[in-house]
Design a protein around this ligand. Structure first.
Ligand SMILES: NC(=O)C1=CN([C@@H]2O[C@H](COP(=O)(O)OP(=O)(O)OC[C@H]3O[C@@H](n4cnc5c(N)ncnc54)[C@H](O)[C@@H]3O)[C@@H](O)[C@H]2O)C=CC1
Ligand SMILES: O=C(CO)COP(=O)(O)O
Length: 318
């Protein structure tokens, strides 16, 4: 059984590298020049420098090459997924589409599985998510992720597990994808606190209250609470709120420190904060930390104002 990875960013490349231990993998990039550069150098210098592409990984700019496989990993930024599915919907029907993207589509409020079902009705949708930096996976460091698929596939779990990548399965696709999307918002909050010098205690408080918000909104949207407590929710929240490897954390850190941040870096949490606030508002749910993250990323509030607003909220029961 062969696998293809669609999107040759850091994460798609890392997944291609680890999965190539099980068999041949096609790594598809939309940019032919990027493919040429990867073939010549034997690595993805743009997105994952220093990691050699194994022989089992074929890089291609032809989508037809990738479509030879039945299992396709979607590894592109969330806000690009709808356009990608629209363009290729006919050819993707009947395939197993495993989303690796962590976000909520801003224009529809849908997560990856709902988007896949809407755009490619004949496809089987799954989600691969959890605490994992691309560099760690590619270097073969031990990693555990959640694989969510409505039809409970042990076969898919085995297909996507490697000697260093251990997958746990669940049928709760909503919980898994919301955990992965929402933690990015709180990683921005954590980064902001550290960048502004507000201390580790404040970060722990925001992580905990952020997790409460994650549970509140995700369960309202149909997620199982235990999924949020697992790798895809709590696990990834811990990783991204405590590591400067996280781009979401780094964006927050720059906001807190009053520094510039390179806008070409993929940071899913800013758009997710907007989508999340829309969803919460429509349901009458309070998510004060996520509201502050949205205001900070939109530059409509200062860090000091955000912190004061959170501290001045009415005292309540935990
Ligand atoms: N980098 C990481 O450690 C992890 C990333 N992820 C998730 O994976 C997703 C992708 O992130 P990265 O690979 O890190 O980003 P990246 O910034 O390294 O790469 C994004 C890639 O997507 C490609 N792309 C953009 N629009 C596209 C389109 N319309 N069609 C096909 N390809 C397109 C770009 O050319 C680029 O190669 C995000 O949702 C991220 O949250 C998940 C786990 C870990
Ligand atoms: O999702 C990730 C780790 O699990 C990667 O986080 P960033 O997108 O913040 O770098």
């Amino acid at each position: 059984m062969s696998i293809s990875v669609l999107g040759a960013g850091a994460f798609g490349t890392a997944m291609a590298v680890t999965l190539s231990q099980n068999g041949p993998v096609t790594l598809w990039a939309r940019d032919a020049e990027h493919v040429q550069a990867m073939r010549e150098s034997g690595e993805n210098a743009r997105r994952l420098p220093g990691v050699k592409l194994p022989e089992n990984v074929t890089v291609s700019a032809e989508i037809a090459d990738a479509l030879q496989a039945e299992t396709l990993l979607l590894a592109m930024p969330m806000q690009k997924m709808a356009g990608f599915l629209d363009t290729h919907s006919d050819t993707l029907a009947g395939k197993t589409l495993v989303s690796c993207s962590k976000g909520i589509d801003l224009s529809t409020g849908q997560g990856p599985t709902a988007l896949i079902r809407a755009k490619v009705p004949g496809a089987r949708a799954a989600v691969l998510t959890g605490p994992s930096f691309a560099g760690d996976i590619a270097r073969g460091l031990p990693t555990a992720l959640t694989l969510a698929c409505a039809d409970h596939s042990e076969e898919l779990q085995a297909e996507l597990s490697t000697p260093t990548l251990r997958l746990y399965r669940t049928t709760d696709t909503t919980g898994a994808e919301l955990g992965g999307a929402l933690k990015n918002v709180y990683a921005i909050a954590a980064g902001t606190v550290i960048g502004a010098g507000l201390g580790d205690s404040a970060r722990a408080a925001l992580m905990t209250r952020g997790f409460a918000e994650m549970l509140r909104i995700a369960t309202e949207l149909g997620a199982r609470p235990e999924t949020l407590s697992g790798l895809s929710g709590f696990g990834d929240l811990v990783l991204t709120c405590t590591s400067a490897q996280s781009r979401n954390f780094r964006l927050g850190h720059a906001i807190g420190a009053g520094e510039a941040f390179d806008p070409s870096i993929t940071v899913e949490g800013a758009a997710t904060a907007q989508a999340l606030n829309k969803l919460a508002h429509a349901r009458g749910l309070e998510i004060p930390v996520a509201a502050m993250v949205m205001a900070l990323t939109e530059q409509s509030i200062s860090v000091d104002e955000a912190m004061q607003a959170l501290l001045a909220r009415p005292l309540k029961e935990e």
